[in-house]
Design a protein around this ligand. Sequence first.
Ligand code: GTP
Ligand code: MG
Length: 285
Amino acid sequence: MDSASAVSLRFLLLGDVGVGKSTFINILASTLKAVHTTESVEEFIPIPITSAVTAPPAIRLPGVHIAAGPVHQQDNTPLDDPLGLLPPKVTTPARDLTFITLPGYSSTINPSTILSMTDDYLNHHLHSVTSIFAPTISSSQLAWFLIAGSHAHSLPSCAFYFVLYELKPIDILYMKMIHERVNLIPIIAKADTLSVNELWVLKKRMLRQLKLNGIRIHTFGSDMETIETMTQQRQWGAPPFVVSTRQDNEGQLLKSELKQLVDLCLYERVRHLQEDATRKVIDWR
Ligand SMILES: Nc1nc2c(ncn2[C@@H]2O[C@H](COP(=O)(O)OP(=O)(O)OP(=O)(O)O)[C@@H](O)[C@H]2O)c(=O)[nH]1
Ligand SMILES: [Mg+2]
């Protein structure tokens, strides 16, 4: 399969300094099959003209790019295919994944610098993806391009927003600023440092706080009632996703929904991610 038919996904990692963003990328990469290349990348975003004259000419963001081949699943039984001559069935196309990290708000004396950088980052991508087209392009044509031509643009598919122990007022401010422009997926970081009971209390409280503040999160096609019911019934696999990058002696992740999150984002619900990201571009323009 050539790269043109690969699924191109771009993930942003947001959240304060030291919450585990870099470790998360490494652990996620280690769960992928058929990885061809993993390389460090940098993204440069021009600073808007309105910013202070003393500001550097561009924002430089570190990232990781992973090129993964198609995942084949051989579902022919030995009876159907005794000599193993039938081609394997492709279940997942090749993937072209980019992870871009924005600095945590404690990395500067003034946290609003980081919020405004994120604001500039999102606007830059929305402007560049829409400026390719005549303003008269229909919403359906634009949607088609954004999904089918994902290789031709670098619009983020979603933002993983890492929260440690509680949603602080600044997190709420941050999320409110971005939720209409990017798919927001809240992550409860370092879950191994909390008891299972504490995790459920936190999950429930976070959903309530998000709702109270009118923050819309990406739900992979489920409605919010379903997400709330899953949380009430203590069923894993819904946002906010509990993530731990710590492993036990057998290499199993401790208290983590990382596997479910990876399955949803990279395999099962890619289309929902792309459609929701597209809807946001259309609403924004
Ligand atoms: N207990 C625990 N520690 C973790 C986990 N993930 C990361 N850490 C530790 O937390 C520290 C920070 O992790 P990083 O991945 O560097 O965090 P970061 O968000 O990339 O940090 P900055 O890039 O500095 O903002 C390291 O010492 C990690 O080993 C986790 O799931 N559980
Ligand atoms: Mg880091």
